[in-house]
Design a binder for this molecule. Sequence first.
Ligand code: CAO
Length: 556
Amino acid sequence: MSVVEIRVPDIGGGTDVEVIEISVAVGDRVEIEDSVIVLETDKATMEIPATDAGVVINMMVAVGDKVSEGDLILTLEAEAGGVAAVSEEPKDAKADIEEPEDNKGLVSTAEEEPLPVSITTVRVPDLGGATQVSVIEVPVSEGDSVSEDDYLIVVETDKASMEIPSPSAGMVSKLLTKVGDELKEGDPIAELSITIASVTPSVSPKPDARSLNTEVVSEKSETAKRASLAQNQAGQLDQSIAERAANELNQTSGKAHAGPAVRKIARELGVDLTQVKGSGPKQRIVKDDVQAFVKSQMQKVQSGASNVVSGSGIPAIKLPDFSQFGAVERQPMSRIHKITAANMSANWLNIPHVTQFDEADITELEAFRKQQKKVAELRNVKLTPLPFILKACAYALAQYPQFNVSLDMDKEELIQKSYIHIGFAVDTPDGLVVPVIRDVDQKGIWQLAEECMALAKKAKDKKLLPSDMQGGCFTISSLGSVGGTAFTPIVNAPEVAILGVSKAAMKPVYDGEGFVPRLMLPLSLSYDHRAVNGADGARFTSLLSELLGDIRNLVL
Ligand code: CAO
């Protein structure tokens, strides 16, 4: 055992580089190439690897410290023989490039007579020991122009991910691989159309452009390896290579600022890192940020539609600056408005809706209703078509109990109700509310009319109790007093159907001998197609139409 010092390696000439992460603590055991600290300039992030294995006995730096080449990072109680292996011949971290026979001479020096364009097959480079890798990202498309070092593909073994950069600037003329492919060294990645003038000396001599030996590393030390590679080049590393290596790290998942381990977790969880806010130094994304992001997304899904605009994978709606078009004023949404918006969105997104349209001939009903006006006045009740529609719906729900259910999709069960409580939408200055009348099937028209009036008044006076709005099996949304010929109401979950009623209008109806004027009431039944099939939807509205066409049916 001996005490070994781990110092800041050649970091491409950078001085006073900030320590943004400490990856080990006193007492930790580290292996060669384990990342011990992470440094960051305003352009690059770099993990510094341990050059020896052993146990950390002293940490000399802390997050926020500024370090330069040669500064002491930590001391290790090292094991004998634990010195990091040094590659004799550092390799250039670029994909293999195969020059067509007739082009070889043309790309060897910049001075030679160039051809306008050279088609080159870019191949999987030396994978540093890995025999097979999976393609997990192909960020380029055919026709894309790429710069030298732009990623053509990202591959992954079970231990590491690795971006394979373009060896030269050019245009991707043909992609020869896709996500999911399994590749090995030498397999073709893409055909690159290279303008000869754009070929840089770094790709021309074949020996310099062949290996990614030090790039296939554990995800923990990918950048560390690159730093190590740089170090091994005995001072030949220039700033641009160091920055490129670290910038590569930042280019996956869009421009997210995160290390390989975090990117791996993000990929596993399906998180788009560009959506995640980093809490680390300079907004670097750390594991906790990814976990917090996933948690927040799940909470949004559970809490309904607050996620509608930007969660659930639904593209967010971006608002323009309306003031550029004219004067605007922002007002807070009312509580009812917010709840309605959340419920409508959740219902619309969760329920596969179908709307069945029909008409009921309410000529006789209307005549009867008008006859009852005087009685209604004596009873101090307003008798509108609504109580009749409520009664007809209760009858139809009893006939077709598949409309009187709720779905429990988690348990894959239907919840059949043996009571018939029906809600009706009331338009109030603060928004839409839906009071519920209980046991509609057991109540007469007058009682229903009274309850409608009382509940509508309570709603408009903002006096509805939560219990007044609970327990509904079905909803009626009547716009009959307003107008319209049809509309598609949104099912009021956990109910599975809602009846929209539009304005009755006189229409010429053929009675077999000729056209006669009849008062026709438009009906729009929206239902949850997971619970109700189309034929039953049509049967339900046909029955309603029949019942409202001859209200004597309601007492049978
Ligand atoms: N066709 C023709 N006339 C109709 C009608 C119809 N379908 N429905 C009602 N009317 C008539 C009524 O008979 C009444 O006329 P009379 O005074 O001559 O009898 C007049 O329209 C006004 O009725 P009303 O609105 O006072 O009463 P109602 O029972 O029809 O409705 C209520 C009560 C609370 C449902 C209603 O006031 C309301 O708020 N409707 C809006 C519901 C809504 O916003 N739905 C959309 C929700 S989003 O899906």
